[in-house]
Design a protein around this ligand. Structure first.
Ligand SMILES: [Zn+2]
Length: 722
């Protein structure tokens, strides 16, 4: 339901449609979410969320010539609507009409009063729910009377994170032995020895990484994914032609390099040269890597589904010691591997040579230092916050406790969720939401049987897929076992390492094994919703159940405009250009006839063309191709709940449409809006309201929208893919 930029290495969420927008700063400096399983201490080194008040220490240690935030961008010139997610476009005296700009009409007063809180780069309906969850979770984390192993784990990590005295006392010391180790490497053989020793190379980028994930062709079995290092500028396209976002990221990193590398023994001058040299080296790695646009393309999944045996990998990697590396990671017993980017492996083999030894060492040191600084002391942490703000256009920082909770949640998802559920009983809401999902699924059955452009055979398969859909409502009944993990008495960095090793051990057990689909692949406290094509599941989780999406005593209109529309949205992903590539069991197998699929694409084309006519601000034409699947899901979701509404007597459509516009209310920084505009698969929030509602007769009738009104679309121009 909400935007969620996934890291390629997070294999099991590779194609999950995390779908809304809302908290936009959920990714780290690479524009990817990282996890404790892959790079542990690097995981919250993000130029991302933030913490704590500015202290005087930062003023003393930070470089003085900190780059100014970019000024002078234009946000006006939107067509046919202004981008009302940007508060600078909104004034108190605007003329408001549902016929002209429905999103603004509903949300104007809210926008006028809304502020983006410190440490955030956007604020909206999703954040309100996340805040509710957060407050309850923090009460738990601070409750000393809590007992049980889950509570012990989450509180250990929480307090270790907040133990600034110990972290400050350690300073940069935790990084030094690894830096010295890399510096001491004299030959390629020694380099190979280093990268094939997981303990020595812990937290260091080593070109490749691996872990088990659901197979794409056969989703009942695990396959070992082999992915490559993420890039500092995030999108590989930034290395060919730098956008303003790439420029911002670059400036932020130069700032960090100038601050951080001197702390580990280099001069400020050396620091900039080292960073540029690292980027130059990355340029080669980026040359044939997938771009953000590639990952939003419908053929992306078939491009990543490259199944290989160990022998085949060895043959494809004549220079880089892939076999030894995989053995060192503990996956050499895997029968099959999924090589996400074969062309990047080719590049790795080209660059892994003696003449590049110094460049490789530099690449490792710079990325290791910048990637892990968020887990160090206060000074390093605050420099990170500044850099994050430069990229996101945000200000200030999150309170420490909130950040600590986000660390606990991402590193110890299962224990955190379980402790939360033990304290806050959610059985009743689970039953209610399960029933609501069933109800909307049955509406989809009606919708599918009415589609006259589809052949009978494809329709049958679609309905079969719908009937086979797994309903993951609120929380799972089965959990991973964290009983053997112990964190008591460990420092923050030691906790992260212990968790990383524990997760690694858990993952090794999955090699060649069966996927247990009762273990969900989502964090149930995340304020989001998902469709996972690899198990054909709809995930409407506890973290979204609050605020304007769902609360007790809600009217049907609010319920349908809130969580109902979200449920409808997620179900539709089973049938979009990604979902169409997976069958009812979650295996990658096309079930559409070519003729039907062509007809579907033709309908999608109309939507793409329509989005292409929209402009967010001067020079920012919407890229319909990038947001097609999410835009289709928005339309289908609203259609489904409107169909449900038909069955209700005296349904108040005005209330319903207003409730729908409310869930997309948002204020956001220009920098983050630009990020969504250029790299996200979701339409901008104000478009998610306006373009969606303007396709439905009920909207025209309710608000008396006529030809000549800004919200008007001629009937022949209206789009409904489903
Ligand atoms: Zn979606």
């Amino acid at each position: 339901m909400k935007k969620r930029i996934v890291a390629l290495l997070l294999t099991c969420v590779l194609v999950i449609s995390g779908c809304a927008s809302g908290e936009k700063n959920g990714g780290n400096e690479n524009g990817t979410e990282s996890s404790v399983t892959e790079s542990s201490i690097a995981q919250e080194s993000s130029v991302e969320e933030s913490s704590a008040e500015e202290s005087s220490a930062i003023e003393e240690t930070a470089p003085t010539e900190e780059p100014e935030a970019e000024e002078g961008y234009v946000t006006t010139g939107g067509n046919p609507w202004i981008d009302s997610d940007l508060k600078e476009n909104i004034t108190a005296d605007m003329t408001l009409s549902p016929k002209d700009d429905f999103h603004l009409y509903v949300n104007h007063d809210w926008i006028m009063n809304a502020q983006i809180p410190e440490g955030h780069s956007s604020w909206g309906a999703f954040n309100v729910v996340a805040d509710e969850i957060e407050a309850k979770a923090l009460a738990l984390l601070n409750d000393e009377t809590l007992t049980g192993h889950d509570a012990e784990l989450i509180q250990s990590l929480y307090h270790a994170y907040l133990d600034w005295d110990s972290r400050n006392a350690a300073g940069v010391t935790p990084l030094m032995s690894t830096i010295e180790d890399i510096k001491g490497i004299k030959t390629m053989d020694e380099l190979t020895d280093f990268i094939c020793d997981m303990d020595r190379a812990y937290g260091v980028p080593t070109f490749l990484g691996g872990g088990n994930g659901t197979g794409l062709t056969d989703s009942s079995k695990y396959i070992t994914y082999i992915a490559n290092d993420s890039l500092m500028l995030g999108d590989a396209a930034e290395y060919k032609e730098r956008t303003e976002m790439g420029d911002r990221t670059y400036e932020a990193y130069v700032y960090l390099a100038k601050y951080m590398l001197p702390r580990v023994g280099y001069t400020e001058e050396e620091a900039v040269a080292m960073f540029d040299a690292m980027l130059d080296f990355e340029k080669k790695l980026a040359e044939n890597a997938f771009t953000s646009a590639d990952s939003m393309s419908p053929d992306y999944l078939s491009k990543v589904n490259n199944v290989r045996t160990l022998k085949e990998l060895e043959e494809a990697s004549p220079v880089f010691p892939i076999k030894r590396f995989i053995k060192a990671m503990g996956y050499d017993n895997a029968k099959e591997f999924l090589l996400i980017q074969p062309k990047v492996l080719d590049t790795v083999n080209e660059v892994y040579v003696e003449e590049n030894l110094d460049a490789i060492k530099n690449y490792m040191i710079v990325k290791y230092v910048l990637g892990n600084m968020g887990a160090l002391d206060r000074e390093a942490y605050e420099a990170n916050v500044k850099a994050s703000n430069m990229v996101n256009g945000s200000e200030g920082s999150l309170p420490d406790e909130k950040l600590a909770f986000s660390i606990v949640r991402s590193a110890l998802t299962t224990p955190m969720d379980r402790a939360y559920l033990e304290k806050y009983d959610s059985k009743e809401v689970k039953t209610r939401i399960t029933n609501m999902i069933k109800e909307i699924i049955s509406v989809y059955r009606e919708m599918l049987s009415e589609e006259d452009w589809m052949s009978e055979a494809t329709r049958e398969k679609a309905i079969e897929k719908l009937d086979n859909m797994r309903i993951n409502a609120i929380y799972p009944d089965k959990w991973l076992d964290y009983g053997k993990l112990e964190l008591k008495g460990l420092s923050y960095l030691e906790c992260l390492k212990a968790i990383s090793e524990f997760n690694q051990e858990l993952d090794h057990k999955n090699t060649n094994g069966k996927v247990d689909k009762d273990l969900w692949s989502v964090d149930t406290l995340e304020t989001n919703a998902f469709y996972n094509p690899m198990d054909n599941s709809i995930n409407i989780i506890l973290g979204l159940l609050g605020g304007d999406f769902y609360h007790e005593g809600m009217s049907d209109e609010e319920l349908y405009g809130g969580i109902g529309a979200v449920i409808g949205h997620e179900i539709s992903h089973a049938f979009d250009t990604n979902g169409a590539q997976f069958d009812k069991n979650g295996n990658m197998a096309s079930w559409w006839s070519m003729k039907d699929y062509t007809a579907f694409q033709k309908r999608a084309r109309k939507l793409i063309d329509h989005y292409n006519t929209l402009t967010a601000w001067e020079g920012a034409q919407i890229m319909g191709n990038n947001c097609q699947t999410e835009a289709i899901a928005d339309l289908a979701g609203l259609k489904a709940v409107l169909k449900l509404a038909e069955k209700k007597e005296n349904f108040d459509y005005e209330k319903f449409f207003k409730a729908y516009a409310t869930i997309w209310q948002e204020v956001i920084t220009y920098e983050t809006e630009y990020m969504i505009y250029s790299q996200d698969s979701h339409p901008l929030n104000y478009l998610r309201t306006n373009v969606t509602v303007q396709q439905f007769d009920e909207f025209y009738k309710t608000f008396d929208v006529k030809e000549g009104d800004n919200m008007y679309l001629a009937p022949e121009d209206r789009i409904l893919v489903w």
